[in-house]
Write a new protein. Structure first.
Lengths: 356, 236
């Protein structure tokens, strides 16, 4: 079929996302900070959508934070990635689905490097053979876990128990999207909408009833910067980046921030607390912060999952204002319970930013 | 010839990231680090492509190459398809190989990254393994992090993790045979050598600075590099 006009122009911003049978690789950041998100993702994919998502017990970090923290050499990183490919190949899968955006960037970088430098791929294959005896095939399809939720966003919308709509006014909630830098800034054709029109989160927001807020610093980095956050002496860089974004989005009064990178929601959540402590400034209504959610958490809320099963209690910024607007039912008395319903005690409150 | 420039050329990231820069400054305009630090990626690429060995050595020993956050926004915007961020990664690798990184305050911090992230990778198979890493090192994590740290295993159990468990799942115990494979990969590919160089050059520098140097995070040199900021890095 010949594509014409607008359809042809937008083709380069679209992305092929496999329909089923994914080899899932977890995120070091998401596991430590947002475990409920990975739990929710697998439940949605397997139980709601009936997809085959396989996890191998022997997969590891891709070394991404070490690589971008510049302690892990490129050949080491590529060989660890090759090992993940080998586990996928041995398990009979061809579609790789990483949970992490740094990992997604690592995988795209490795595949692009091998495409341009076949001798590097040959060298890595030899390294892997020598270190592990393993062989591998290159994935047929590489899609970030947020690509998968984007692909099935309309199916999720059809099952929605709650929408991104203010239950009092009936108006769409205002949502800021924040795309992780390594999703499409390095290799724009690997992301939905590319680097110019990233649509992976905006598509979810629109199909789940919300309104996407455009604002000047929408594409600015959250400020992780790897070594700029990992080392305490450098964290001024990190908080300055997030601060720039909050100041820029504040006039649009967003109801929430939605993210696809595991690190960004942690920074955008915790730096709101730190800015409040340092400057006395808060960005949400009435002294609260702006709730920051992962796409898995939002998908879970839309599908009617309990907010405390999703892990919203481990955010520093309270998510209750968003839950109230969406009409999500929750039991405030169970927020800090363990698996058996026994309370784990109440966290101390910040001195400035209000929390529930 | 075994020049610094030729060593950089051996790095595929340098080849990919630097193809005849036209010095337009677009990278600097979009750069998150240039907004915060006294930093200009355009000048870095210009210095490197001058092939002036003395200037490149100065750069490898400087604070400057450690300011980039590797967000790679420069890659998106460069009209020539260059990526100063990739050039930076090649410079940082070479600086560590040659031991030049300890000549700058920011470069010396590599030991802190190695002893946290690097150690977690080798010990656990994760880049981050944060039980016990509290708000003394990360005050920005706030009181909710104190609560989570206090109840770590129970919070993870509540949220569906398989913390330290066998089989699949969140923060599971990665089998020893898998960790052995990762360690062998580090041995074969230069990762172990890189870590050893970071340790060796850092130990020598600690001695020169007359700071106590020990294993782990609880020693004078680690504490110094992790927290010290001479306040001469940012634009103000």
């Amino acid at each position: 079929m010949k594509l014409e006009g607008k359809e042809a122009i937008w083709k380069e911003y679209q992305k092929e996302i496999a329909d089923d049978r994914y080899f899932y690789v977890r995120s070091c950041v998401r596991q430590n900070f947002f475990p409920g998100s990975e739990t929710a993702f697998l439940k949605i994919m397997r139980e709601e959508l009936g997809k085959d998502v396989y996890e191998h017990p022997c997969h590891t970090t891709c070394t991404g934070i070490g690589y971008h923290g510049d302690i892990v050499p490129i050949d080491t990183m590529m060989t660890v990635v090759a090992r993940q490919f080998a586990l996928m190949t041995e398990a009979g899968y061809q579609n790789l689905a990483p949970s992490c955006i740094t990992s997604f960037g690592i995988y795209t970088e490795v595949l692009d490097t091998w495409h341009h430098f076949p001798e590097v791929e040959a060298r890595v294959r030899e390294y892997l053979r020598k270190a592990t005896g393993r062989e591998f095939k290159i994935p047929n399809n590489l899609a970030h876990a947020s690509d998968l939720i984007y692909k099935f966003r309309k199916e999720i919308a059809q099952k929605a128990k709650f929408k991104l709509v203010d239950k009092e006014t009936g108006k769409p909630l205002k949502v800021v999207d924040h795309i992780g830098c390594h999703y499409a800034k390095m290799f724009p054709d690997k992301g939905v909408g590319g680097a110019e029109y990233p649509y992976v989160l905006a598509g979810m927001i629109e199909d789940w009833g919300g309104e996407v807020i455009d604002y000047p610093e929408r594409r600015h980095c959250c400020g992780f910067g790897f070594r700029q956050y990992l080392v305490q002496a450098n964290r001024g860089y990190s908080i300055a980046c997030s601060h720039k974004k909050f100041e820029s989005m504040e006039p649009y009064k967003p109801d929430m921030i939605l993210t696809n990178c595991p690190g960004c929601p942690m920074f955008l959540d915790k730096w709101q607390y730190a800015i409040a402590e340092m400057e006395g400034k808060t960005y949400g209504k009435d002294g609260y912060g702006i709730p920051v959610l992962t796409y898995e958490e939002l998908a879970g809320l839309v599908l009617g999952y309990d907010p405390w099963d999703l892990g919203l209690q481990v955010h520093q910024v309270s998510c209750e204002p968003l839950l109230e607007k969406m009409g999500v039912k929750y039991d405030p008395l169970k927020k800090y319970d363990d698996k058996n319903g026994v309370t784990l005690g109440i966290p101390e409150k910040p001195s400035v930013m209000k929390v529930h | 010839m075994d020049t610094l420039y030729n060593k950089l050329l051996e790095d595929v990231r340098f080849q990919e990231g630097s193809k005849a820069c036209i010095n337009c400054g677009t990278c600097t305009a979009i750069c998150a680090a240039a907004e915060f630090y006294n930093y200009d990626p355009r000048i870095i690429v210009d210095t490197v492509q001058s092939r002036d060995e003395e200037e490149i050595e100065t750069l490898l020993k400087s604070e400057t190459i450690w300011y980039c956050g590797e967000c790679m926004s420069c890659k998106t915007r460069c009209p020539r398809g260059n990526a100063p961020g990739l050039v930076i990664m090649a410079l940082r690798s070479l600086s560590q190989e040659l031991g030049y990184f300890v000549e700058s305050e920011k470069g010396r911090q590599q030991l802190a990254v190695k002893r946290t992230v690097g150690q977690w990778i080798l010990d656990y198979g994760y880049c981050l393994y944060l039980e016990g890493v509290g708000t003394s090192m990360h005050p920005e994590q706030g009181p909710i992090w104190d609560w989570k740290q206090k109840n770590w295993a129970k919070v993870f159990e509540r949220l569906g993790a398989n913390y330290k468990g066998e089989g699949v799942g969140i923060l599971r115990k990665i089998p020893e045979e898998a960790l052995d494979e990762i360690r062998r990969i580090f041995d074969v590919t230069g990762g172990t050598d890189r870590f050893a160089k970071i340790e060796k050059f850092s130990k020598d520098k600690a001695s020169e600075l007359n700071l106590e140097f020990g294993d782990g995070l609880d020693n004078e040199y680690f504490s110094h590099i992790y927290t010290h900021n001479n306040q001469n890095h940012s634009r103000e």
